[in-house]
Design a protein around this ligand. Structure first.
Ligand code: 5GP
Length: 212
């Protein structure tokens, strides 16, 4: 038996970046690669972009419904981002943790701060940086799902988002998607091998020491 056979405590991973740094693609690839991961689908008051699906990318709600959900304590965290409200649902995250699953959050720095405070050592945070601001702008235009004025707005807000880089456990510059994905997988693998996350390790070691 090696350590990887121990039952492991679920891990919560917050992935943040300015829009256009590749976070959505990385999230998708990570989920394809790691079936034990569940994506936390947030609630938002912003309108769906072309191609986005209800319950897959977000739960799209009115401001009024969002307020009601907030009052009902439905959110683990919530924040106002670019003039819209976004919130992480409490119930699915707790259910996933109980099942021993891992949860991935695509949330901003405000949400990461709140989750880090609430979820303590179950939580790790990763910040993705673009290789340059020029590259970030190009990616936003290539994606071109937003109005030009929104792109300019997102560029200026990117600087604000980037200013929170030092609050994260890990910071990666996304020059190459495959390489960045492998780095994220390596971080998760190492985090899972921390002794506090390997349930049953203590009993196993005690058993080894009974040899003499
Ligand atoms: P977008 O509108 O481009 O999908 O997301 C805008 C920003 O809101 C992104 O940085 C995204 O990570 C963040 N975001 C999405 N869902 C949540 C959430 O539930 N909570 C918080 N705090 N931020 C979120």
């Amino acid at each position: 038996m090696d350590a990887s056979n121990f039952q492991q405590r679920g891990i919560l991973v917050a992935l943040s970046s300015p829009s256009g740094a590749g976070k959505t693609t990385l999230t998708r690839r990570l989920l394809e690669h790691s079936p034990n991961f569940m994506l936390s689908v947030s609630v938002t008051t912003r309108s769906p972009r072309p191609g986005e699906g209800e319950g897959r990318d977000y739960y799209f709600k009115s401001r009024e419904t969002f307020e009601k959900m907030k009052e009902a304590d439905d959110f683990l965290e919530w924040a106002k981002v670019f003039g819209n409200y976004y919130g992480t649902l409490q119930q699915p995250v707790m259910a996933a943790l109980e099942e021993g699953r891992d949860v991935l959050f695509d949330i901003d720095w405000q949400g990461t701060q709140q989750l880090t405070q609430k979820m303590g050592e179950d939580m790790i945070s990763i910040f993705i940086l673009p290789p340059s601001m020029g590259e970030l702008e190009q990616r936003l235009y290539r994606r071109s799902q937003d109005e030009e004025s929104t792109i300019l707005d997102r560029m200026s807000k990117a600087v604000g988002e980037i200013s929170h880089w030092a609050e994260y456990d890990y910071v990666l510059v996304n020059e190459d998607l495959d390489k960045t994905l492998h780095k994220i997988l390596a971080i998760i693998q190492a985090e899972k091998l921390k002794k506090s996350r390997q349930l049953g390790l203590e009993t196993f070691v005690k058993g080894l020491m009974e040899f003499v």
